[in-house]
Every structure is written in structure tokens, then in C-alpha cells.
Design a protein around this ligand. Structure first.
Ligand code: ZN
Length: 331
């Protein structure tokens, strides 16, 4: 995989802080980069690892010329390790953690730091988290663990408490919009719409635009609308979508439900995340009972959580159940 490594303009405060900490020799053994997905936390972690591994950094930037910088430019530095689930939405397994922590405990190949960047940390199942705890308790010298976490509530408290947390939040709408418009060469209006769908996360918006996610979202949304009008049924729709990356579907679902709650609380259409779906959202908001909506929110959140922790959930069944509940909102 290509390793995105940069400090996005909205993360410069956190960057200055951590570089200053390093300059004073106060960097801890474990950092927890916490905040919403799609704002550049992993790129921040990679960039930090690069600076720490560089033999001759200047003003918090790598030199670009030393052996370490050469290795990083070539795509692999033996002392900068990445740990991800094998597929998005799957758990990080205990053997993956053990394998990498074994490397961490061996001697650094280039002298200096050995650094592991894990993303998303909340994807660790219990066994994996317990294996990591041992390393957090006895990290060894010059070891740095960088845990990137998008859902802090889903990370084991014992892991959380052993890391120094750096909080990241969404950039301002204005900053994101300007950045996105420039990055994708589009007007600010279009950037604004894309950002709303990505729930304000600029890199999430880029991924939407560049990947096939917009198509998937379109087919998911029209499927949900068809379901409400009985033009399809839960089983057929689940059959159609169950091989897609469910985590996206569940996130979009939560975003729709949040919009419905907003509408019921008197929000204007323009304030919604899913402005392209106002017709469907208003129809549900006008007829659905609050309790049922919140029950569905809980179910989607539970499924989202367990999707990350179970190896092989029955994806079709998972979607079917939620779709029945969705249809039942306005029965
Ligand atoms: Zn260097």
C-alpha cells in the first residue's frame, strides 16, 4: 500500500506540540491519535515516525537525504511498522500483534527508534488488545507505539489509559471546503455538498470522489428509498449489497438516522448531512416514532461494533434485519 505521510493544514497545532515534546525528550512510549475518521491522523503518525527515524531532522522535518530517509522513500523502513486489519472492517488479530511486537522488541535495524503505527486501533479484538497491553506495560527503550483511533469508545480502557492521547477534531467547514475545492479542482458549492456526505471529513470526501464509493452510496440510498415504497424487499436488497464494505453502509445509515432526528427537532433541509435525500428523510421524519428511530440507531451501532470484532459475521442476515427495521419505521 502507498503510505500517505503528511501534515494536513488543520493538524499543525498538534504537530507543533508533539515535535516540541520530542525536542525536550518527553515523548512517551505510546501515543493515541484520536478523532473522527478521514482527517489525516494516520498520515500524521507516518510523518511523525519519519521525523523520529531521520538521522538529521531539521526544524521538525526529515532531511530527505540520510539512510533512513532513503529507506522510507523506497517504501520500506524496517523500523517503521504498519499494522492494519487484513481487509477494511475486519478485526486486527492477536497473531498480527504478536508478530509486530516481536519485531519491536528486537534491536532497531538502523539504530534509534522502532515505531509501530496501528490503524484503526479499535479493530483489535480482545486477544489482540491483551497482547498489545504487554508491550504497553514494558515497551522497551526507543520504542514508540502510535495507535490511530476513530472510535475512542470502542477501544479497551486499559489500552486507552496507557497511552498519551492527542485529540484531533474536524477542521472548520470553511477550511475543509476551501482545501477540498482546491484539491479536487471543483467549486466551493460542490465541495460543500461532498463534505456534507462525508460528515465534514475532508479526506473522507476525497475518498468518496476518487473511489467508487459515491456509486455505492447512490445504490444504497436508492435501495433504502425503494424499500420504503415497497419497490423492493429487505431480503432482495440485502442480497444485492451484502458483499460491499458494510462499514460504509452502516456509517451512512447512522448519518441518515441522525438527519431524521434533526428534522424531527425542527432542522431545516439545508442543515442536513444528506441533502440529496431530503424527500426520503422528510417522509420518514413525518411518520416515524422517535423510540423506533433510536432503537434502530442502537442496532446499527451495535452491528458496526461487532462487525469489526467478529471474523465472519453473516453479512446478509445482518443487513436483512436492519432493513426490516428500517422498513418498519413508517409502517
Ligand atoms: Zn533523514
Amino acid at each position: 500500500m502507498s503510505i500517505d505521510e503528511q501534515i494536513y493544514p488543520w493538524l499543525t497545532d498538534q504537530w507543533a506540540h508533539v515535535i516540541q515534546q520530542h525536542g525536550r525528550g518527553r515523548l512517551p512510549h505510546a501515543l493515541l491519535l484520536s478523532g473522527p475518521a478521514g482527517i489525516g491522523k494516520a498520515a500524521f503518525g507516518s510523518a511523525l515516525a519519519h521525523v523520529l527515524l531521520c538521522h538529521n531532522p531539521q526544524d521538525g522535518a526529515p532531511c530527505g537525504r540520510c539512510r533512513s530517509c532513503e529507506l522510507i522513500a523506497s517504501g520500506h523502513h524496517p523500523d517503521r511498522l504498519f499494522l492494519h486489519p487484513e481487509e477494511p472492517g475486519k478485526p486486527i488479530r492477536v497473531d498480527q500483534v504478536r508478530e509486530l511486537t516481536n519485531v519491536l522488541h528486537s534491536t532497531a535495524q538502523q539504530g534509534g527508534y522502532r515505531i509501530m503505527i496501528m490503524e484503526p486501533a479499535e479493530a483489535m479484538n480482545v486477544a489482540a488488545a491483551n497482547a498489545l497491553l504487554k508491550t504497553l506495560e514494558e515497551p522497551g527503550q526507543d520504542t514508540l507505539l502510535i495507535l490511530v483511533c476513530h472510535q475512542l469508545g470502542q477501544l479497551m480502557p486499559t489500552i486507552r489509559s496507557r497511552c498519551q492521547r492527542i485529540e484531533f477534531s474536524l477542521p472548520s467547514n470553511e477550511q475543509s471546503r476551501g482545501w477540498l475545492a482546491q484539491k479536487l479542482g471543483m467549486g466551493e458549492d460542490e465541495a460543500e455538498k461532498l463534505l456534507a456526505i462525508a460528515q465534514g471529513a475532508p479526506l473522507g470526501a476525497v475518498a468518496l470522489k476518487q473511489g467508487e464509493l459515491l456509486d455505492l452510496r447512490r445504490s444504497f440510498m436508492s435501495g433504502l428509498a425503494d424499500l420504503l415504497r415497497d419497490r423492493t424487499d429487505a431480503i432482495a436488497l440485502a442480497q444485492k449489497l451484502h458483499k460491499e464494505e458494510l462499514i460504509h453502509l452502516l456509517d451512512w445509515w447512522l448519518s441518515l438516522l441522525a438527519d431524521i432526528v434533526r428534522l424531527q427537532s425542527g432542522a431545516e433541509n439545508a442543515d442536513l448531512n444528506n441533502v440529496d435525500m431530503t424527500k426520503m428523510l422528510s417522509a420518514v421524519a413525518n411518520r416515524a416514532d422517535r423510540v423506533r428511530i433510536f432503537t434502530l440507531v442502537d442496532r446499527v451501532q451495535d452491528e458496526r461494533k461487532s462487525l469489526m470484532l467478529r471474523h465472519n459475521p453473516n453479512r446478509q442476515l445482518l443487513l436483512e434485519k436492519l432493513m426490516f427495521d428500517w422498513r418498519a419505521l413508517i409502517r
